[in-house]
Design a protein around this ligand. Structure first.
Ligand SMILES: C[S@@+](CC[C@H](N)C(=O)[O-])C[C@H]1O[C@@H](n2cnc3c(N)ncnc32)[C@H](O)[C@@H]1O
Length: 208
């Protein structure tokens, strides 16, 4: 069984959200997870500067551009793989490579600070749930460690995490930084998926 999901053949079928994404011109069904997160937590406002980590093929970036920024603001989208957005909106800067490589961190940081950091980043899975959960936790912790240098005070964070690893440690690390931290499982997550999203709202000011 692949990690991050339970058995069954639902992945091979074109489900409701995949068909909707196709119809609405989004390259992946994951867009509807962000839509639910935004509807519940209002993490992004018109005119914001947004960092999307693990952005390929580009649904979250396209949704933020189309629906949330209202023609103002900017999105920096970073992924190991290229985005599949054609044409690429002028409001989007794409950075290709490992988001945590020192030169990429410099490049991301120099374009900030951001009002929101959103991450749907996921490790390549091995099929071993413990290994995959640990890798997912590693990605989440790498993002959290960058938060103080990336986000404006008052800013918001969304990260994906595979359940089964150090969920509590990750939540605890976020509670040190944000006024509110919530765990959320969008309806659009596949039924066989172990993923959840952690939402940190209102980054506290750093203590002097
Ligand atoms: C589920 S996909 C994201 C889908 C995207 N939110 C969308 O709606 O189109 C997860 C992405 O995380 C990326 N990723 C994983 N580790 C990464 C890293 N260290 N740096 C940058 N991207 C990474 C993968 O390349 C993959 O494209």
């Amino acid at each position: 069984m692949a990690a991050g999901k339970r058995g069954g053949n639902s992945r091979s079928q074109l489900d409701y959200y995949s068909l909707k994404a196709k119809k609405e011109g989004y390259p992946a069904r994951s867009v509807y997870k962000l839509e639910e997160i935004q509807q519940k937590f209002q993490i992004i406002k018109p005119g914001n500067t947004v960092l999307d980590i693990g952005a390929a093929p580009g649904s979250w970036t396209l949704y933020v551009h189309r629906k949330l920024l209202k023609g103002q603001g900017h999105i920096v989208a970073v992924d190991l793989k290229p985005l599949m957005l054609d044409p690429l909106p002028a409001q989007v800067t794409v950075l290709t490579g490992d988001a945590f490589a020192p030169e990429q961190v410099d490049s991301i940081t120099s374009r900030g600070p951001y009002h929101a950091v959103i991450s749907d980043a996921a490790p390549s899975t091995t099929g071993n749930r413990s290994v995959d959960s640990l890798r997912s936790q590693g990605l989440a912790e790498s993002i959290i460690s960058l938060v103080p240098q990336l986000l404006h005070p008052g800013g918001n964070l969304v990260i994906k995490l595979f359940q089964g690893g150090g969920e509590q440690e990750v939540v605890k690390a976020m509670r040190n930084l944000f006024t509110r931290v919530k765990t959320f499982k969008p309806k659009a997550c596949r039924k066989d998926s172990f993923e959840i999203f952690l939402i940190g709202s209102d980054l506290k000011r750093a203590e002097m």
